[in-house]
Write a protein that binds this ligand. Structure first.
Ligand SMILES: [Zn+2]
Length: 425
């Protein structure tokens, strides 16, 4: 257990926060610090063909140890952490044999990780938890994934009696700002399919995610002295307010779950003359997703129509951009890649939790780039904040799942009952 803890801590104590405002790749130079370390480590454990490109994308190979033909599979994780919360000076705390009670993350600032609020903690009674000190995030998202892939590869190298095909490993920058897959060279990776190790709770297995779009809506106004404004002033703040009120009230992140989509207003700034509202649109269902975008356009038109005379031009300017799509479409035709992961979990006593992702992953972009890529748990909870934690036992299970997937893939019919002959070209 100590080995995996040490490895994980050696990654999370390196600050790799990404930055959405940067145009370079990686978005922050400090991501190189961990990237370069990972390259050295991959070589040290005995991986072959270890490469890092000028944008810090890392790839490596574990050669096949069987003489029959086996599909090449890949495992992918990201080494950046979210810009939403600081990842500098992470000081992990280790809680052995967790007793199911409150964990004092920071006595000075009275920051408590409590199972009365975070009920998932109770799943891990008796296990070893790694938490923050209450002042930073932990970075289990997704350094737990990197730890698990690295540890599984090391295990396979040290245990050559376990048979497997060729395995490719990919570590990427900038996933948290939605760019992790942008410069991922799927051809160079050369895998038939892959898995991101980037889910949360032990057992999670995901191959459906949101269709996603972002909208920026600009409201124009006219500023006039408020004492003499009758019939003249147009207050863009109030128009923006009307717009937001026209959205369905119960279709917000806090009111929805499962397959329910939403609108999420996540930024508003403005004055009389101009107000900008930013929102995101999410839905698993492609048709409903399109309908949501149409609603935004409809509300825009309605308000523009109302103010057409007074303002003389469009008072509301709406820009909608698609961000990513549901990977289900790309994974269902090769459904056995999910079945293999499910079987692997069962064989190592992990109960598979197959559920739709209420977000996106690098895997959904990779799936659309020709590399079908479901997502598997990495074990952490409460990502992107100071309450983030990961049970070491969950990381160990993830290692076992990776090893088992490798093993199953080298077996006839991938160890699955019904013959599956479909293979991606
Ligand atoms: Zn992640």
């Amino acid at each position: 257990m100590q080995h995996i803890i040490d490895r994980f801590i050696s990654y999370v104590t390196i600050d790799t926060e990404s930055d959405a405002n940067s145009e370079t790749t990686p978005s922050t130079a400090k991501q190189w610090d961990l990237a370069n370390k990972l390259v050295e480590e991959l070589k040290a454990i005995g991986m072959q063909d270890v490469t890092i490109d000028d944008k810090s994308y890392i790839m490596a190979t574990l050669p096949s140890n069987v003489d029959h033909e086996v599909p090449t599979i890949g495992f992918v994780s990201h080494f950046d952490t979210t810009p939403d919360f600081t990842g500098a000076n992470v000081k992990p705390q280790i809680i052995p044999n967790y007793d199911g009670k409150d964990i004092i993350l920071n006595a000075e600032q009275n920051i408590i990780l409590s199972p009365s609020y975070f009920k998932d903690l109770l799943l891990y009674k008796g296990q070893t938890l790694i938490t923050t000190d209450g002042t930073t995030l932990l970075g289990a998202d997704d350094k737990a994934g990197i730890t698990e892939i690295m540890t599984a590869m090391e295990f396979l190298i040290n245990n050559p009696e376990i048979k497997h095909g060729k395995i490719r490993v990919g570590f990427t920058p900038d996933e948290e700002i939605g760019r992790g897959a942008h410069h991922f060279d799927v051809d160079k990776f050369g895998a038939d399919w892959a898995y991101t190790m980037d889910g949360s709770q032990v057992g999670e297995l995901e191959y459906e995610n949101f269709n996603a779009a972002g909208a920026k809506i600009t409201f124009k106004g006219k500023s006039v002295h408020p004492g003499y404004a009758k019939g003249k002033m147009i207050n863009s703040i109030l128009i923006a307010n009307n717009f937001i009120n026209a959205l369905p009230k119960d279709e917000t992140p806090q009111e929805t779950r499962g397959y329910e989509g939403f609108f999420h207003v996540n930024h508003l700034s403005g004055s009389i003359e101009e107000t900008v509202v930013e929102l995101i649109i999410r839905d698993h269902n492609k048709k409903k997703f399109e309908k949501r975008k149409e609603l935004i356009e409809k509300i825009t038109k309605k308000i523009n129509k109302k103010f057409a005379k007074q303002f003389g031009e469009d008072i509301v300017i709406t820009e909608i951009k698609d961000q990513y799509y549901n990977m289900k479409e790309k994974v269902v035709p090769v459904k056995h890649i999910v079945d293999i992961a499910e079987k692997a979990m069962k064989e190592v006593d992990v109960k598979p939790l197959i559920k739709p992702i209420r977000g996106g992953t690098d895997g959904c972009q990779l799936s659309y780039k020709g590399l079908p890529c479901p997502n598997i748990f990495a074990g952490g909870h409460n990502f992107h904040g100071k309450y983030e934690y990961v049970p070491v036992e969950s990381m160990q299970k993830a290692v076992e799942v990776i090893v088992k997937i490798a093993e199953l893939t080298s077996m006839p019919n991938f160890g699955l009952e019904a013959p599956k002959t479909k293979k991606k070209k």
